[in-house]
Design a protein around this ligand. Structure first.
Ligand code: CP
Length: 296
């Protein structure tokens, strides 16, 4: 892989190879030591706890030289563009830039430039894609079920604004899982998502699902949010304690986090026995080691 920007450009074979490698890293494999120094820079223009820190840990576990980029203290505050910032880091000798940015497909201009040589790893672009989250989610599902073929996966919540839903729905469908959606109908674009699965009431689906994947409500991407009442959302669309009891035996709960406890799911379920949310966070380090190794 030259870059890792969207799962649309990654074949099933490539994703399965990345998954194998992520499992190997989790089992203790190490990276072939390199003689030359390799520099990575992490540019997070949107807030992050999990993605940012797990990339730092993955980079350090691989023995890379990590440069932390502070957008506020950089020349971006003097009006320098993202392109010129990356051109500068490239010239300085940075090998990989991990970037999170609010602009959908910010990476297109970067990967199409003949003058940039470094690899771009997408840490999330606006409402576009979150491919490294997709890889860690696949890893978590694979650990649980060993396969994707025939699994029934329910994605619940703010589908339209979710880069996690976009990446996961596409990749899980390609790998043979059956995807369903639930949540407020106005947050599900039939035009974009119906090719991946139908939108239905959560109560009509829960008993059959192998995975219930809840999404955070992306208030920051909504233009009108005044009518939102947390308690109403939880009771109508959320995974309440009562609904969780109706989940199939062996079914798991996932959430990319950050979690709004008692909104997307009941507080008690977050660290409960059906939840794999903490495991998802742990797997993020190994999935990101596999991604960095692949682009290097
Ligand atoms: N899941 C996820 O992307 O979390 P962060 O926003 O904390 O990185």
């Amino acid at each position: 892989l030259k870059h890792f920007t969207t799962i649309e450009n990654i074949s099933n074979e490539e994703i399965l190879t990345l998954l194998d490698r992520a499992h190997e890293f989790k089992a203790g494999a190490s990276w072939e030591p390199r003689k030359k120094q390799i520099f990575t820079s992490n540019l997070f223009f949107e807030n992050s706890t999990r993605t940012h820190n797990s990339f730092i840990i993955a980079e350090r576990k691989l023995g890379l030289e990590v440069l932390e980029f502070d957008a506020v203290g950089s020349s971006l505050s003097k009006g320098e563009t993202l392109y010129d910032t990356i051109l500068t880091l490239d010239a300085l000798g940075v090998d990989v830039c991990v970037i999170r940015h609010s602009q959908d497909q910010y990476y297109d201009e970067l990967i199409q430039s003949p003058n940039l040589h470094l690899a771009i790893v997408n840490g999330g672009d606006g409402s576009g894609q979150h491919p490294s989250q997709c890889l860690l989610d696949l890893m978590t599902i694979q650990e649980e079920f060993g396969t994707f073929e025939g699994l029934k996966i329910l994605i619940v919540g703010d589908i339209d604004h979710s880069r996690v839903a976009r990446s996961n729905a596409q990749m899980l469908t390609r790998l043979g899982a059956k995807v369903y959606f639930s949540g407020p109908e106005e947050w599900y674009s039939e035009e974009e998502f119906s090719e991946f699965g139908p939108h239905m009431q959560i109560d009509n689906l829960l008993g059959e699902m192998d995975v219930v994947m809840l999404l955070r409500v992306q208030h920051e991407r909504h233009t009108e949010d005044e009518g939102f009442i947390k308690e109403n959302y939880h009771q109508t669309f959320g995974l309440t304690l009562e609904r969780a009891k109706r989940m199939k035996s062996g079914a798991i709960i996932m959430h990319p986090a950050p979690v709004n406890r008692d909104v997307e799911l009941a507080d008690q379920l977050v660290e409960g026995s059906q939840s794999r949310i903490v495991k998802q966070m742990q797997n993020g380090v190994y999935a990101r080691m596999a991604i960095l190794e692949a682009v290097l």
